[in-house]
Design a protein around this ligand. Sequence first.
Ligand SMILES: [Zn+2]
Length: 371
Amino acid sequence: MTDSAPIRAKWFNGRHSRARDVLVALEPGPRGPTLRLHVLDLAHAGSKLFEHQDVEWPPQWSAGRAPARITVGLRDHGSVEIDQPQAWLAALAAAGGRPSLAQRMQTRWPALLGVLAVAVVSLLLFFRYGTPWAAAQLSRHVPLEWELGLSQQALAQIDQRLLKPSRLDAQRQAELRTQFTALVTQLEPALKRYPAYAPRYELQFRRGLGPNAFALPGGTVVMTDELVELATARGYSDDALLGVLAHEIGHVEHRHGTRLVVEQGVLNVGLGLALGDVSSIASLGSTLLTGLAYRRSHESESDCFALALMARAQRPTAPMAELLLGMAHDDKDTPTADPQAAGSALGDWLSTHPATPGRAERLKSGALCPS
Ligand SMILES: [Zn+2]
C-alpha cells in the first residue's frame, strides 16, 4: 500500500496560541493507521510520529455530509485542524483505516433499522422467556425465611380485606389437618421440583371467598369453610378435599408464587434500570404477591403433581377432579359478593382453577402429565 499525498493542516500544540503549518501523512501501522506530522516552519522543521492509539480519530461522516473542517486530537500534543476532509478520508483508507462497526452502522440507515429491530425483538424475547427463566433460577436462592415473612404479610392483608375466621368446628379442622400432614409425609424426593427445598407445611381455615383454597410460598395452605361445606353437600369423601390440598402443595413445591414475585422483581429492577427510575424497585413485596395470577402452566404442573402425590398416598383422584371442576363451575354461576374488592386485592390469583377441556382430561386420566 502506498502512502497518499500529505495533507496541509494547522497544528495547535496546546502551548502556543499560534497555529503552525504542518503536513499530515497517514501511514499503515501494526494496530491501524499512524499519523505523522511534518512541521513546516523553518525554525522547527522536523517530523513527529503518532502511533494509532495516540490519535483521537474523529468520527466518520455519511456520504455527502462531509464537514467543512475536521479536528484530530493528539492528546498531550494538542490537535490538528484539516480543511480537506475528502483528502483525509482518502489518506485514511490508503493507510488501511476501517471505520468501526458502530460508525459504519451510523452511515447506513437500513442496517441501523435492522439493528434496531433485532434489539426490540431481543428485548421482547427477554421479557417473554428470559424473565421467567431468570426467576426460576433466582428462586432457588430465595431463602425460606423470606418466603415465610412475605406470606405472613400477604395473609394479614387478605385477612383484613377478604377473609373471616373459620366457623368450622375444631374437630373437623383437626381431622383435615391430620390427613393433610399425612399427605405431606408422602412427599418423596422424586416428587420435588427443588429437592433441597423444605417448606413448613401448615393448613389453615378461613371463611369468605366462596369455595376455595390457596397456597402461600413457604408452605401455608388456606382452605375455606365453603369448600369443605360444598364437598359435604355434594357427598364427596375427604379424598376430594385432599386432592385440592395436594394441588396447593404442588404450587408450594414448584415455588410458583415465589417465582412470580421474583419475576416481577426482575422486571421492576430491569425497567427501573432502563428508565433510570429506581423507585419502582421499592414496590416489591407482599402487595405484589396478592396481585399476581398463576399461569396456566403453573396450574397444569400442580394438577400433575397432585395426581402423583395422591397416587403415592394411595388415594383416589376422581373425587378431586369432580370437586375442582365443580368449583370452577360455581365460580361462573355465582358472582362474588364484591367482585371489585376481590379483584383489586387479589387479581386472579385466588380464583384460579379454570375448567378447560385439557384440565378435565388431565385430572381424570393424567394423560397430559409427563410420565
Ligand atoms: Zn392452582
